[in-house]
Design a protein around this ligand. Structure first.
Ligand code: SF4
Ligand code: SF4
Length: 238
């Protein structure tokens, strides 16, 4: 288990990692031209999908395709954020010239580009891993799985879904030993941490509050209209 360096200012973001190079090569196998699109948002910050990674990947693909005598025309371009229509319009003119788009955005960014250019083949170059924080350069920690029913108010600000191996809302499970998790004894038990945090805040009574289990079977693709925007988007649900 790694040790946390220090508690510096935290940046929350979506964390992603580049797919194995062989997988990327196989996805783009039949194409003669490819637009590689980076994102200057989350995936750039976690060093997976910014301009630097676009340039590196472009060079690696170019070299490999040259080596196997199957050259490919490549261009790299990084948009401010792949999850915002406004910034995607940067690609309107460029994308038409290419067989396919390889996105270095998160899963949402890839899907948004695909929706924006439905006639285009859009491929993901990254595996989107989690919502997390930046602990240090190149070191990221998962903090939230977007469960849709946040319990942080009752758990001292520690997420039981992400940090507990069983993602239980009412813990601990009974297997915790010396403050460590029974599933992996090199990892602290989330519920012991929750207990300690609540104790230090003099709020231990919250440990007795019973929360209904998460109904994962009811999970579906999320859609949100923020408070104050109901009227503007009412047609979406009508
Ligand atoms: S309980 Fe955990 S997974 Fe659910 S929304 Fe809150 S932080 Fe995210
Ligand atoms: S020991 Fe703690 S962290 Fe591990 S599964 Fe049980 S409650 Fe969750």
């Amino acid at each position: 288990m790694w040790t946390l360096p220090h508690k510096e200012e935290r940046d929350k973001m979506i964390i992603a990692r580049e797919k194995p190079f062989e997988e990327i090569l196989s996805m783009i196998e039949g194409f003669k031209s490819l637009l590689i699109v980076g994102c200057a948002g989350c995936t750039a910050i976690c060093l997976a999908g910014g301009q630097r990674e676009v340039d590196r990947l472009k060079n690696e693909i170019k070299l490999m395709r040259k080596k196997i005598n199957n050259p490919i025309q490549l261009q790299g371009y990084t948009v401010e954020r792949q999850c915002e229509s406004y910034f995607l319009s940067d690609l309107d003119n460029i994308s038409a010239k290419f067989d396919a788009i390889l996105s270095l955005g998160c899963g949402a960014g890839v899907q948004f580009i695909a929706e924006h250019y439905p006639e285009k083949i859009v491929l993901p170059a990254l595996n989107t891993l989690f919502i997390g924080v930046n602990r240090d350069i190149g070191l990221y920690e998962e903090n939230c799985r977007s469960c849709g029913d946040c319990k942080l108010a009752y758990t001292g600000g520690i997420c039981p879904v992400t940090r507990c191996a069983k993602s239980i809302f009412n813990g601990p499970c009974g297997g915790s030993k010396n403050g460590m998790c029974e599933v992996d004894n090199s990892v602290p038990c989330a519920w012991c941490e929750i207990y300690e945090r609540l104790k230090s805040q003099n709020r231990l009574h919250l440990m007795y509050k019973i929360h209904p289990s998460v109904q994962w079977k009811n999970q579906k693709a999320g859609f949100l209209i923020q408070k104050g925007f109901e009227k503007k988007y009412s047609h979406e649900n009508s």
